[in-house]
Design a protein around this ligand. Sequence first.
Ligand code: SF4
Length: 432
Amino acid sequence: MKVGFATLGCRVNQYETEAMAEKFIKQNYNIVKFEDFADVYVINTCTVTNMGDKKSRQMIHRAKRRNPNAIIAVVGCYSQIKPEEISKIDGVDIVLGTRNKGDIISSVNKVLTYNNKVVEVKGVLKNKVFEDLKIEEYQDRIRAFLKIQDGCNRFCSYCLIPFARGGVCSRSPQNVIDEVKRLANNGFKEIVLSGIHIASYGVDLDGNWDLLKMLEILDTVEGIERIRIGSIDPQFFSNGVVHRISSLKKLCHHFHLSLQSGCDETLRRMNRKYTTLEYSSIVNDLRKHMRDVSITTDVIVGFPGETEEEFNKTYNFLKRIKLSKMHIFKYSQREGTKAANMDNQIDGKIKDIRSKRLIKLNDINEEEFISRFKGKSLDVLYEQKLNNTEDEYEGYTSNYIKVISKSSINLQGRIISTEILRSNSDHANGIV
Ligand code: SF4
């Protein structure tokens, strides 16, 4: 039997797809590309934007076209929010919510045996148990994503995630530590800690656990050379945290600090819990303690009520603080959120104009950041040989600059000091 996966959305979804794929391998399935013929297709969906829903539906239709007799399983955030809508789509056999992904094999077996539709969606708002979807055998042996947390208690006014993923559930600390040791023993060099809101790690656990304490312990695990954290709430860095993390040897100097808006009025409507002044003081503090730090962010344009003046505040704020990369999103009205019912929804054309202005600003800032390192040597963890005739290898620095270097010797899986020769819009060329 063959199974193909399509994954939309965040790193947590990518992790969970890998964990589900492993369950299929254990049942002797062959993993094939989603574009290929398969007996089972699993679509791990995202519902953060309307576009996420649309793409998820497109994937369902594509799977059905490729093999009209395949079992089609739709899992994840979109399934959690709209199980009935999905189960009515032609060809869908299985619908599993965000905390039911571990049931994927038994669900496929039920369809094979009884030829019935399976819809299993646990309520997430009261469910505080971390679904321990483990990965025993990672596909590559260089960088491993490790999900340490699920859910979010923040309820930003535009976001459906707390409804799709529920409240904060943390993976048990001993389980995280054992897993990182196991990965180190298996030769992994870099661990990426991921979750939906990892700054909240430990709030649901006994024993005063938090992300900082976890990072300090993981920093001592022998064999692991880099620990990277995914997107993180700026508030994690208040109260002297910057000073403490700056002494960690393995923590990568790259932080994805979600900003969303550079205007305080907009931030308040978004129900974000910081001001632009607090945000910029965290940025300054990080830059003071880690001179090479890369700070990246997400920005939403066209949030309800965002006037030209408010957008200009965001633009000028971002021009001033010059982050090394920004992901620009056009606000997407999500039914069931507070923002969806706010007055003054913004026209799509205005969102387009604002998005283009910020993308242009990002291109300038990104190139400027990379070019700061021209002529300097940085440690690069090379992850793969590129599929071209040039003997080129691609890897990342601790501060997440993509570096491509030519080499006649195999660089894959090695951390090598590399001189940065040239900067391009989204990567640098280096020489080892
Ligand atoms: S912090 Fe806000 S945007 Fe992020 S997952 Fe939680 S509610 Fe959504």
